[in-house]
Design a protein around this ligand. Structure first.
Ligand SMILES: Nc1ncnc2c1ncn2[C@@H]1O[C@H](COP(=O)(O)OP(=O)(O)O)[C@@H](O)[C@H]1O
Ligand code: SF4
Ligand SMILES: [Mg+2]
Length: 326
């Protein structure tokens, strides 16, 4: 399977008074054709920064190292004009709150016109026909009425379906969704995720799906990237990573899966993150020792494509047979 997106050694910083705060440190992962890749980790771990950095949508964050290659093109070097062309047309983006993505004072139909006309010439009739089809495909019951109305007339679920239809209106190869259902109630969440998965699979697209919900990863993703404090700590097939987690943080996440991982831990301070030479997880890790405090654990990759960054990884045998972390 070929790779649609390859992120290697990504470093991202936010400017802060008197310097820079490094938010991402050596983040690497890939997304292959027709694959849904989940990005998980507690709040502040850098999930949004990671996926938004792919299309440089996270101002004022700056990519200071590493590479982002999409469909053979180096996005980290791309000029703003090229990025604008790729955003929307080749990479669609769906954020957490649909009402942030929709312009409150424009009718939905006008918003389809704006998105589509930014990239191609099309008559109003053509755009309307395409928009009606897309809205219908996202399960909106009365597409014509939606198209003629304003965002505030929509429920959260219908608004998010509208945003998804907009994101797909130019047929992007990759869809990036950053917690697309967090603002919705549980039943609607499932409907919207089922919908996105269907549209991704049918359209032969790929998706990068940020979520704090491991159940969503288990149900909707092929592979998973586990982030902690600006680094990738474990990556691999969902069944492998969830079945045989090797990184203690992944184990902690899985153990806490019944609770809300957004509240799982305090955020680490920027100063600590930038200066700590060893493992970022050491202050919370039951297996930490002197090496962990001194040396940053490299990402070890085992077959088949399972990677984890830990000096003392959990052992598969013990984890699977005893079901414990040690
Ligand atoms: N605009 C910003 N300026 C400075 N720091 C930021 C900004 N946005 C996010 N951060 C910091 O970057 C880190 C990662 O944030 P984020 O990518 O939003 O994490 P997540 O999506 O996993 O919750 C956090 O420590 C957050 O405080
Ligand atoms: S490197 Fe050390 S501190 Fe970090 S997760 Fe592994 S055992 Fe824990
Ligand atoms: Mg986020």
């Amino acid at each position: 399977m070929s790779e649609v997106l390859s992120v290697q050694g990504l470093e991202v910083e936010f400017p802060v008074p008197g310097g820079a705060f490094r938010v991402l440190d050596d983040v690497s992962f890939s997304v292959r054709d027709n694959e849904i890749v989940g990005v998980v980790g507690e709040s502040g771990s850098g999930k949004s920064t990671t996926v938004r950095s792919v299309i440089q949508l996270h101002k004022p964050a700056r990519i200071t190292g590493g590479s982002v290659v999409f469909n053979g093109r180096e996005l980290h070097r791309a000029a703003p004009k090229e990025l604008r062309r790729i955003r929307g047309r080749e990479i669609g983006f769906v954020a957490q709150s649909p009402f942030d993505a929709l312009n409150p004072v424009l009718r939905i139909g006008k918003q389809f016109e704006n998105v589509i006309r930014a990239h191609e010439r099309a008559s109003r009739g053509e755009i309307r026909a395409r928009a009606l089809e897309l809205l219908a495909s996202t399960g909106i019951p009365d597409p014509a009425r939606t198209l003629d109305g304003f965002p505030h007339e929509l429920s959260g679920g219908m608004a998010q379906r509208t945003v998804i239809a907009l994101a797909l209106s130019l047929g992007p190869r990759l869809l990036i969704a950053d917690e697309p259902t967090t603002a919705l109630d549980l039943t609607v969440q499932r409907q919207v995720l089922d919908l996105i998965r269907g549209l991704v699979r049918e359209g032969q697209r790929s998706m990068l799906l940020v979520t704090h919900d491991l159940g969503v990863v288990a149900n909707y993703c092929d592979r998973v990237v586990v982030m902690y404090s600006g680094r990738v700590v474990e990556v691999g097939d969902v069944a492998t990573v969830f079945g045989d987690p090797r990184h203690p943080y992944t184990r902690t996440l899985l153990d806490a899966a019944t609770t809300d991982i957004r509240a799982a831990a305090p955020k680490s301070s920027p100063a600590k993150r930038e200066t700590a030479p060893g493992c970022n997880f050491a202050h919370r890790c039951p297996r930490a020792d002197g090496v962990c405090a001194e040396e940053r654990p490299p990402l070890t990759v085992t077959d088949p494509g399972h990677g984890f960054g830990c000096h003392h990884p959990l052992s598969i045998e013990v984890t699977t047979s005893a079901g414990t972390s040690r």
